[in-house]
Design a protein around this ligand. Structure first.
Ligand code: AHR
Length: 503
């Protein structure tokens, strides 16, 4: 495409062609003891909006608006050096510990039971990550007994003594975190990890057969061990687990915005490869079971800009990874959400990493306000309207060249049939310099009108929300989209995230 040419896109939306039902766990997030995610993020007992339990009400309100359904906890790299016992019991007696993962001091004033309280208040499902880096199956089993066993044993009675008479009933567990990564405490080979994960899974199911378990996949698709790691790990764990994880972070580097905007290409390839590896192991094992993917860390993260040498050492709740997202970053987040939805038949859990302050859609100031980053908006749209059946749309659009991914479509889109009457279309225009004229054949949906066209766009692609200007970037409703004779037409502004609701 040459500059100035009109960009066009078309697709067909037909309820007869379905990918699958969206699992509510697709709209998860992640709370790690990292920087100010927990302390002065979620939890700040002397904040003006703090509740009796120390949770910030202003943050809880934003989490509700964001529509998060599931929260992974307590890490992340942090979990591989963590003793969960440090975070339970009387707060005054809890030890302060070094957290080598983030070179911080952890006070442990917020731990397992405070997290469970948070999940109740926020109405989200917990996803508990185990330390399989520096600990093993026995400690995992004990933690499960503390959480899920009704009572009458030392661990379950300890929970009761801590004021939690009823079991927490945690249903979803991660068997460690990123153990393929040399940066991880307790880093392992695939053989080592596969064995320990399989034994942990077996022991956990002996205590609570109902738990769902996630084996660690690769930390990203560029890991040298990628795919071989999954194959070996699954050869050991396939019959004992329900999910394999994927993690991926994207950033704009060297000003190559077109490749950055096409980051979903990598995510698509990552998911497809992991699914193929699962199905390969399934075929070898002659197993009737089909594994699901838990994309339990994904986001934009400017790792390239991070300089650990300049970060504070051994502080409590230091300002770490407080990336301030631009409009461009939000459009990429939207496109990654489109990819997750398009794979909802196999990706049944996913966590935007993270929730507050550290690479997060919600920011806070200690003692001060909380506000929405640009990336908040596509997530909130998808979590609210991306419920139902994802339809197989095969968009065709003007294409352009990218340095990393070759030729890609300017349109990245999906459609979700919410109920008999409503179809939501999520669409990204990847062109930075021109609008995209979208037409869609919607005859089979019976839709006759566009009830809403919400757009996130800005003339300045670097625009952000900040403490000084927290409402600089916001979605707005636009006029002009219409259904006429079974054809939807809409203009998608340059570099934009779009939600179109058809009825
Ligand atoms: O989310 C930040 C970090 O990214 C997590 O601690 C780790 O699992 C990943 O590398």
């Amino acid at each position: 495409m040459t500059h100035g040419e009109t960009a066009r896109a078309s697709l067909t939306i037909d309820p007869a062609f379905e990918i699958g039902e969206v699992h509510p766990r697709l709209f998860g997030s992640f709370v790690e003891h990292l920087g100010r995610c927990v302390h002065t993020g979620l939890h700040e007992p002397d904040h003006p909006t703090a509740r009796e339990d120390g949770l910030r009400q202003d943050v809880l309100d934003l989490i509700g608006e964001l529509g998060v359904t599931l929260v992974r906890y307590p890490g992340g790299n942090f979990v591989s050096g963590y003793r969960w016992e440090d975070g339970v019991g009387p707060v005054a007696e809890r030890p302060r510990r070094l957290d080598p993962a983030w070179r911080s001091v952890e006070t442990n004033e917020f731990g397992l039971n405070e997290f469970m309280r948070f999940t109740e208040v926020a109405g989200v499902e917990p996803m508990m990550a185990l330390n399989l880096g520096t600990r093993g199956p026995m400690e995992a089993r004990e933690l499960l007994e503390y959480c899920n066993h009704p009572g009458g044993t030392a661990w379950s009675d300890l929970r009761r003594a801590h004021g939690h008479e009823r079991p927490h009933g945690i249903g979803l567990w991660c068997l460690g975190n990123e153990l393929d990564g040399p940066w991880q405490m307790g880093h392992k080979t695939a053989e080592e990890y596969g064995r320990v994960a399989a034994e942990t899974a077996r022991m956990m199911r002996m205590v609570d057969p109902g738990v769902r378990l996630v084996a660690c996949g690769s930390s990203n698709s560029a890991m040298p061990t990628f795919a071989a790691w999954e194959r070996t790990v699954l050869e050991h764990t396939y019959e004992h687990v329900d999910h394999i994880s994927c993690h991926a972070y994207y950033e704009e580097s060297d000003g190559d915005v077109d490749s950055f905007l096409a980051s979903a290409q990598d995510m698509e390839h990552f998911i497809d490869s992991v699914v193929a590896t699962c199905d390969h192991v399934r075929a070898r094992l002659r197993s009737p079971k089909r594994l699901e993917v838990s994309f339990d860390e994904w986001n934009v993260w400017y790792r390239g800009l991070r300089d650990p040498a300049t970060e504070p050492d051994w502080e409590v709740a230091p300002r770490l990874l407080e990336d301030n997202y631009t409009l461009t970053d939000a459009v990429v987040v939207g496109s990654l959400l489109v990819t997750l939805l398009r794979h909802c038949d196999r990706v049944t859990a996913a966590c935007l990493a993270q929730l507050v302050n550290a690479i997060a859609p919600i920011m806070t100031e200690p003692g001060g306000p909380a506000w929405r980053q640009t990336t908040f908006f596509p997530f909130a749209d998808a979590a609210r309207h991306g419920r139902g059946r994802v339809l197989r749309v095969e968009p065709r659009s003007t294409r352009h060249d990218t340095a990393q991914y070759g030729e890609v479509d300017l349109l990245h889109a999906t459609a979700v049939q919410q109920d008999e009457d409503t179809v939501a279309v999520f669409a990204v225009n990847r062109a930075t310099d021109r609008p995209l004229q979208l037409t869609a054949d919607v005859r089979a949906t019976g839709s006759t009108r566009v009830v809403e066209h919400r757009v996130l766009a800005d003339p300045d692609r670097h625009a952000r929300n900040t403490l000084a200007e927290p409402e600089r970037v916001r979605p707005r409703g636009v006029e002009g989209a219409a259904v006429d004779g079974g054809t939807l037409s809409a203009v998608l502004p340059p570099l934009s995230w779009n939600l179109l609701l058809l009825r």
